[in-house]
Design a protein around this ligand. Structure first.
Ligand SMILES: Cc1cc2nc3c(=O)[nH]c(=O)nc-3n(C[C@H](O)[C@H](O)[C@H](O)COP(=O)(O)O)c2cc1C
Ligand code: SF4
Ligand code: SF4
Length: 372
């Protein structure tokens, strides 16, 4: 926590703690990891992954809140294995008592959230109970088990203001094939508790951020964040703050400072020097177009006969002409027509979307200014 503070973190979210402990036979499994093209697959047991409440309280109390270190808010994180308000509340109140500045409610470990009988009433009841009986801000942490729009509806109903997102993706172990072409799964990654982290999460994070911010929540957004551009994107979508986990673990405390500096530089170059300006720019960027406005690009596609290899190497060409008559002919755009003598014509009403130019492996279509 001191390392985070010294490197300019706005706040720290502590490792989750819980009063729940699992049966040791389910939990002496150690940790298993795999890195593949999607990111980090990690499996750990609940007892190993989650601190006991006592451990969490001890860590929190150890954090020096003296003027020597300045002040950085500490957000504690609590979890339980069921939606039992008494258990959650006991953990939250103990953390508050020990000096937490805010409390994150980690919902990751409640399996099949939506299938719990009477889920809606139980969930909103739990959140109301915690908010009513704590003084510090309380922020539920979302995961993909709770779809963004439904989460917004439920959290609003419960009177929640702050939201933390997004937790790692629960996913079955990846599959590979042996040299003998036999399907193979890494057995150490089987069973519950497997999580996937990686930059692929960012589009999902962006969506949750957009939905929750649009609905008026104060969002601490993260999940797949790697660069200053990623951070800027989430702030433009309305996030109040951005959180990082994997990047920080990989690159250390200093990385917080680097990301902060790079984000500042980015905003300075864009002339965005206040949070209001950032928010306003974001609103302008992402506000839906007014109904009366029709979006027209200035570009159109132009076919280059010299570069086009249509009919020569079937594996290396999309046969982009609509109704080309080829067995493997693509028909993604009716504005590209296959003419006589293996020629392609692009109709005048080309929208200039650029798809054909991007798809062609031979640069045989380029985008030019309309009217040129
Ligand atoms: C090693 C590790 C431990 C984590 N432990 C917790 C945790 O205790 N509580 C929690 O809410 N999220 C935990 N997370 C999830 C992160 O907070 C975050 O939601 C997720 O990793 C996606 O963000 P990232 O792409 O920045 O890693 C953990 C992530 C990692 C990589
Ligand atoms: S323009 Fe490109 S993708 Fe389309 S037919 Fe020619 S080579 Fe194939
Ligand atoms: S794919 Fe887009 S750019 Fe290409 S011809 Fe069709 S409308 Fe024009």
């Amino acid at each position: 926590m001191v390392g985070c503070y010294a490197n300019g973190a706005a706040a720290v979210i502590m490792k989750t703690a819980s009063s729940a402990r699992m049966d040791p036979c389910q939990t002496n499994d150690g940790r298993h990891c795999l890195i593949d093209k999607y990111g980090f697959w990690a499996k750990s047991s609940f007892n190993r992954e989650i601190m006991s409440l006592d451990e969490g309280l001890k860590e929190l109390k150890n954090y020096p809140k003296s003027s020597l270190f300045g002040y950085m808010p500490v957000i504690t994180s609590v979890t339980e294995l069921e939606l039992n308000p008494e258990k959650w509340l006991a953990g939250c109140q103990a953390m508050e008592e020990a000096g937490a500045d805010a409390i994150q409610l980690d919902l990751f470990y409640i399996e099949n959230l939506l299938t719990i009988p009477d889920f809606e009433a139980k969930f909103t009841g739990l959140l109301k109970e915690i908010i009513t009986h704590t003084r510090v801000p309380v922020m539920p942490k979302l995961n993909i088990g709770l779809p963004a729009e439904y989460a917004a509806y439920l959290l609003k109903k419960a009177g929640v203001t702050y939201v933390s997102l997004l937790d790692s993706i629960k996913s079955p172990a990846p599959l590979c094939f042996t040299p003998e072409c036999q399907p193979l799964v890494n057995k150490t990654l089987l069973g519950p508790g497997l999580s996937l982290f990686g930059s692929f999460m960012l589009p999902i994070t962006r969506y949750y951020t957009q939905v929750l911010c649009r609905e008026g929540f104060k969002v601490c957004a993260g999940g797949g964040v790697k660069t200053a551009e990623d951070i800027a994107g989430l702030l433009f979508l309305g996030a109040e703050t951005v959180q990082i986990a994997t990047e920080f673990i990989l690159h250390g405390f200093e990385h917080i400072k680097e990301l902060n500096n790079r984000t500042d530089e980015l905003f300075e170059k864009a002339g965005l020097t206040t949070p209001e300006k950032i928010k306003e720019t974001g609103r302008n960027l992402y506000e839906p177009l007014k109904k009366a406005v029709t979006y027209r690009t200035q570009m159109k596609a132009q076919w280059n006969i010299e570069k086009c290899i249509i009919g020569k190497h079937p594996g290396d060409c999309y046969y982009c002409a609509h109704n080309s008559g080829h067995a493997n002919g693509q028909a993604f755009c009716e504005r590209i027509q296959y003419g006589a003598l293996k020629t392609i014509t692009i109709a005048e009403n080309c929208e200039g979307c650029g798809l054909c130019a991007q798809l062609c492996p031979h640069d045989a279509i380029e985008m030019v200014r309309a009217g040129s």
